[in-house]
Design a protein around this ligand. Sequence first.
Ligand code: WTA
Length: 655
Amino acid sequence: MESLSESPSKQEIELLPYGEKYHPYHNKYVDFWRQSLADPMRFWDERARELVWYRTWDRVLDDSNPPFYRWFVGGETNVNLNALDRWMNTHVANKVAYYWEGEDGTTRVLSYRDLFREVNKFARALQDLGVKPNDTVTIYLPMIPELPISMLAVTRIGGIHSVVFSGFSPSALADRIVDAKSRVLITADGYWRKGKVVELKKNADEGVRLAEERGAKVDKVIVVRRLGNQVAWNEGRDVWYHELVSKYPENTYVKPVPRKADDVLFILYTSGTTGKPKGIMHSVGGYMVYVYNVFKWNWDIRPEDVHWTMADVGWITGHTYIVYGPLLNGATEVMYEGAIDYPQPDRPWQIVERYGVTIFYTSPTALRMLRQYGDEWVKKHDLSTLRILGTVGEPINPDVWKWYFEVVGRGKCPIVDTWWMTETGAAMIAPAPGISLVQLKPGSATFPMPGIEADVLDESGKPTPPGVKGYLVIKRPWPGMLLGVWGDPERYVKTYWSRFPGYFYPGDYAVKDEEGYFWLLGRADEVLKVAGHRIGTAELEDTLIKHPAVAEAAVIGVPDPIKGEVPVAAVVLKAGYRPSEDLKKELIDMIRTNIGPIATPQAILFVSKLPKTRSGKIMRRLLKDIMEGRPLGDTTTLEDPTAVDELKRAWDEFK
Ligand code: WTA
């Protein structure tokens, strides 16, 4: 394995400074782990009792109808009870919940009490607008405090939120509104991105128009004023957020609506191997218990910490590590609106210094980008408050890991490489500085979290020997697992539980080394991670073939030094159409308007045919081999071998 041979062996960095003095579990960590696997029901029962419930559960896990596992059944709670209400009678009430910084330098500081008040007022406003328990509310907001406020207000009254990343296009927003059947949308007038105004309200209007064309009915659009830019107004439908909440007194209180532990807390759409994004459903009880604990374990979180997840709340990383994880732990979080290299490449380090960030969490893509600007940008700032660094979203190259460790962390901060996904709720394989003393290896996410049992299997479902690549599986249910796919139970069973019956299949390649460390090696299916964002090649292909000139399209990911991976499309035109720069531009525009700029292909290659097997299947592996410059293996199953030469020529020309 490439990453294995690159890794220095045993003289590795230890986590010792963390945990030894501070953590109650220290010295008992092996017991802790053992107990978590030997008696998981007792283990999770104890973990869940650290939180507040209206009613405790009758059973920790109902596994009577696999794979529809249900956690803490009979239990009732509301995530607000634990994220906000329980702090009100403690010193946490006056503690900072969010240090917010706009790209333009505007700042806001919200204490837990401020957040509590805002959430209550907005919760009442939503109730008065007619939002009922189990209603879905779509949230299309930039990185501003009203985003977590909206999520909490919706869940407080028993609603289900569906957050749509603000960088998604109107068309992508429309699909998600339709699928979730949302009648209420929360958005903003605009926001800053790389010094330019993004007119979000315009996108939202277009999204609602398309959604209604596709059968939805949106009654209310609530608009947060972030910039004060001019926006079109639809009387009767649109309402300003600030006008809405200013009607309610400061001390407005809405009792958090009791929810069943296995009710849906939120939906978050993510990409799979078909063109249609799937709504991943997370549960009220299980997600809360898992996220609360894992956030604590990953960061060894202490009262004085200032935690910063440099990601967008529009993705699961933000849901768990900017909103629910920190708030459930009464932690202070930093929230930043804009581009990480604007106006200069030291923006993140300036923020770390300004707020005294102690724990910093981001993606390998962001690190590769920041490293490229040179160490002097990092060294300009006093980063001595940092004590733990984290990464997520893609495999981290060992050399980037070492740069992070040495330059950003001054050789003192453990790197917490967290492997997980939208479906798992929070980290699954990652070091836990507070409770474990394992040595780190650059590029390995180390071991499964307590309560998690993972393995690597070959095609036939047998565990692979050390050092041999295979498929990652999770061998037993865990509280943070998805409830299912919104409106599509079959897809849930088929995608995650059919490849290796009885086990959860994430779709990742992995390898275990001789010491049992897990190394995650990227997706094993047609899903890309472009700059850490999850994108299905089928979504791009479905979009491309909507163009009247396109007969066929195949999209694959090719390695990129900064983004990890970028999409490249091979396109066959219909008779009568000729390749041109204009057509290329049209196709790229289509992707941008149908999905969003994050999915923009790096190249569009026009070819007269795609390499296919005799049975008509596109040989994507071959496409990848060509573009990655690997020798082509067996091509005898190809229907027409000239397809390969043509593709090679097109790719060489592009490069
Ligand atoms: C990948 C992001 C290697 C993996 C939280 C997974 C990783 C997909 C890591 C999920 C990591 C995430 N090392 N690969 N530390 N973390 N991945 O749903 O391929 O956006 O299947 O969730 O990201 O992406 P998602």
